[in-house]
Design a protein. Structure first.
Length: 257
């Protein structure tokens, strides 16, 4: 597995029916041939197969938003990593704050799910982030560090695991973390990851998520600590998602020049 240097990922959450595959087609058509950023879209599980077939594995990777920690069994309504892989998922998100808060998922469960994704041979995006109360109490860095330690399985490496720092208070609210705040948390996470890996942490991909939009993406990507974005609302329409992808591709070009 080799992950792109910068990833722009779209989390469609519980939005999207077959008619919306046209947005993915438009994204695919709108990505310039020169774009070196990885573009990943996580639609509802019901259209993963159709989305993956559209892309033929090219240009836009299709992924799943969650999975069960077990491979199979009596878990009515759940979907496992191997089942999602079979349906066409080429990556899986785990630990999104809407799963942690809405479904009571603990970091221990997130870790088990991440393990299941890696066992299925897919890259995993592990999400973490502090609440507004935790930030206001000065606990953002310690909460994120703890979540990282508790959510990442031992087998995670920079080649198979992406971290998404998503402050809970910035998700779907229009509230933005400043580039300085994002940089500070990413640096803390990278230092922790470096301890696991012993190579300075630079090989790990750390995405930012939380009300990323065409208006603020370029500023966020200016931070050398940011290896991409996990985008919710602004990923639903091709035009806004393409604008964020363009900002990411430009940032990547500048870093390489
Ligand atoms: C998300 O769903 O992970 C997210 C960051 O959403 P939004 O961009 O809408 O805040």
């Amino acid at each position: 597995m080799s992950l792109p240097e910068l990833i722009v990922a779209g989390n469609w959450k519980m939005n999207g029916v077959r008619a919306d595959l046209a947005e993915i087609e438009a994204v695919r058509a709108g990505i310039p041939a020169s774009c070196k950023a990885g573009v990943w879209i996580f639609p509802p599980a019901t259209i993963i197969g159709a989305a993956a077939a559209l892309n033929g594995g090219m240009h836009v990777l299709t992924g799943a938003q969650d999975c069960h920690a077990k491979d199979s069994g009596a878990f009515t309504g759940d979907l496992s990593a191997p089942i999602l892989k079979d349906a066409g998922a080429a990556a899986i998100i785990v630990g999104h704050s809407e799963r942690r808060s809405g479904h009571g998922e603990t970091s221990r469960e997130v870790k088990a799910k991440a393990s299941a994704v890696l066992k299925a041979g897919l890259p995993v995006i592990v999400c973490l982030g502090e609440t507004r109360g935790e930030r206001e109490s000065g606990l953002a860095a310690s909460v994120c560090t703890r979540q990282l330690a508790d959510s990442l399985p031992a087998e995670s490496t920079p080649e198979n695991t992406v971290i998404a720092y998503e402050p809970v208070w910035a998700i779907g609210t229009g509230l933005q973390a400043t580039t300085e705040d994002i940089t500070a948390i990413h640096a803390v996470l990278r230092a922790e990851l470096a301890k696991r890996e012993g190579t300075g942490g630079q090989r790990w991909r750390i995405l930012y998520g939380g009300s990323v939009s065409p208006a603020n993406a370029a500023g966020i990507f200016e931070s050398g600590e940011v290896d991409g974005a996990l985008v919710g609302g602004a990923s639903l329409k091709a035009a806004s998602f393409l604008a964020i992808i363009a900002a990411g591709a430009q940032a990547l070009e500048r870093r390489k020049s």
